[in-house]
Design a protein around this ligand. Structure first.
Ligand code: FAD
Length: 410
């Protein structure tokens, strides 16, 4: 069976990988270079501990408060678009407790094999930079520490298999010398990991090619047409035929599907990152700078700070004030590491459905057409689980139970 995957981000590449291992002849079609959109400059955390949906009780009130400040962790740039209004309405409706808990359970279940699947990728010859240093969450206010501790307690009650330890400032500083004196307490999730996302996408692309898959770059998919004989795809001016198609176009997925009359109700949530060797006491493990909602990931080369969530449509421009807020975040949490002389300043678009859960599954009424998108803050984390669970559906029409909550017609 020939399967075309549209989009070469971490989700498209993972889907392609597991489809190929499932016996499909795979062609991946990427309009630019693989791994250069949202999957490039993100924090790279493999973090089942963050399986709680963004649409959560109280989040709308908090978001409205943040709206008053242009360098806050969350921003909506209003635009006269009924789709944005509909998205905000549905987001608010999804943030009730029952739906929040159901979403948490669904993401935990999909994440249950995440670490094992990452080990599998490494074992099967995909080369990428992965670290097993856990995640240390730092707080400068008792209130935020207690709130996050309550979220993690709930996550454990709902089945998160890892442990979470509470640390005082001194303990946190002994464990991690980069922690500053302003920190009042910390939470340690030792099982979490992180990858350098650019190496993961490059590793998947080359492993795919080496094992017989076709990865075509610089070919924009401009038309998808399904019929009895399968799918015809116009990509970079050429026609590609396939039995099945998986659309994994990240924040652009809605645009790819629109000509077919398919609407998925997804927004783009911009985030920024800055990568630098910097100066001062370098962190040795990923740090979550709690109130600032900034992730800090140390890599073999530089250290990356990543954060902010901005609903501004498909717009990759860099707002220097927001990037500066991310760059300033260490001042409150870290001893003296600062991101001097950045090697990369970056913006990326997280694909985010209104209920903030991924969209993974068959497109109703379109035989042979599938979607894998909407992973919001968890795209790197959930990429292998998404590909591994979607492959049996595409190849054998077998729906694994963990995929059911993510179907498109939910
Ligand atoms: C600041 C920030 C920090 C983050 N940190 C983390 C983290 O620590 N852990 C985590 O799990 N997640 C994190 N994320 C989220 C993660 O980056 C995303 O969920 C993930 O990268 C989405 O991957 P994707 O493959 O869906 O999209 P993308 O990587 O955007 O890939 C989509 C691809 O489709 C291609 N495309 C679009 N249209 C077409 C077309 N017509 N034809 C062909 N190709 C097309 C694009 O060029 C692109 O390459 C973070 C995101 C941000 C912004």
């Amino acid at each position: 069976m020939k399967v075309a995957v549209v989009g070469g981000g971490v989700i498209g590449l993972s889907c392609a990988w597991y489809l190929q291992r499932g016996g499909a002849q795979v062609v991946l079609l990427e309009r630019d270079t693989v791994g250069m959109a949202a999957s490039r400059g993100n924090a790279g955390w493999i973090t089942p501990a963050l399986s709680n949906p963004i649409a959560a009780p109280g989040v709308t009130r908090q978001a409205l408060r943040w709206m008053l400040s242009s360098d806050s962790p969350f921003l909506i740039r209003p635009r006269p678009d009924p789709a944005l209004v509909a998205w905000l309405w549905k987001f608010w409706r999804s943030s009730g407790r029952t739906q929040y808990l159901a979403g948490m359970r669904a993401q935990l279940a999909l994440n249950s094999r995440t670490l094992e699947l990452y080990d599998g990728l490494a074992r099967d010859g995909v080369e990428f930079e992965m670290h097993r240093d856990g995640m240390l969450l730092l707080f400068v206010t008792e209130r935020a520490l207690e709130e996050e501790a309550a979220v993690l307690d709930e996550l454990i009650r709902e089945g998160y298999p890892g442990e979470v330890k509470r640390l005082g400032r001194a303990e946190a500083q002994t464990l991690e010398p980069a922690v500053g004196d302003g920190v009042v307490g910390a939470l340690l999730a030792p099982q979490e990991r992180h990858v350098r996302p650019e190496t993961l996408t490059a590793g998947l692309a080359s492993a795919l090619r080496d094992s017989g898959g076709e990865v075509r770059e610089g070919v924009e998919v401009t038309r998808l047409e399904g019929g009895r004989a399968g799918w015809q795809i116009e990509a970079g001016g050429e026609e590609v035929a396939a039995d099945r198609v998986v659309v994994a176009g990240g924040a652009w997925t809605g645009r790819i599907l629109k000509p077919l009359g398919i609407r998925i109700g997804q927004e783009a949530a911009k985030g920024y990152s800055i990568t630098a060797r910097g100066s001062g006491t370098r962190p040795t493990r990923p740090l979550y700078l709690g109130e600032a909602k900034v992730g800090c990931s140390p890599y073999d080369g530089g250290v990356r700070l990543a954060g902010t969530l901005e609903l501004a449509g498909i717009d990759l421009s860099i707002d220097r004030r927001r990037l500066a807020a991310v760059a300033r975040a260490p001042e409150a949490y870290m001893k003296d590491w600062r991101p001097a002389d950045p090697e990369l300043e970056w913006a990326g678009l997280r694909p985010i459905p209104a209920d903030t859960l991924p969209l993974i599954g068959a497109v109703p009424g379109r035989e042979g057409l599938f979607v894998a998108t909407g992973h919001a803050m968890l795209g790197v984390t959930l990429a292998p689980a998404t590909g591994a669970a979607l492959a049996p559906l595409v190849l054998e029409n077998r729906l694994l139970p963990e995929l059911a909550p993510f179907r498109l017609d939910r």
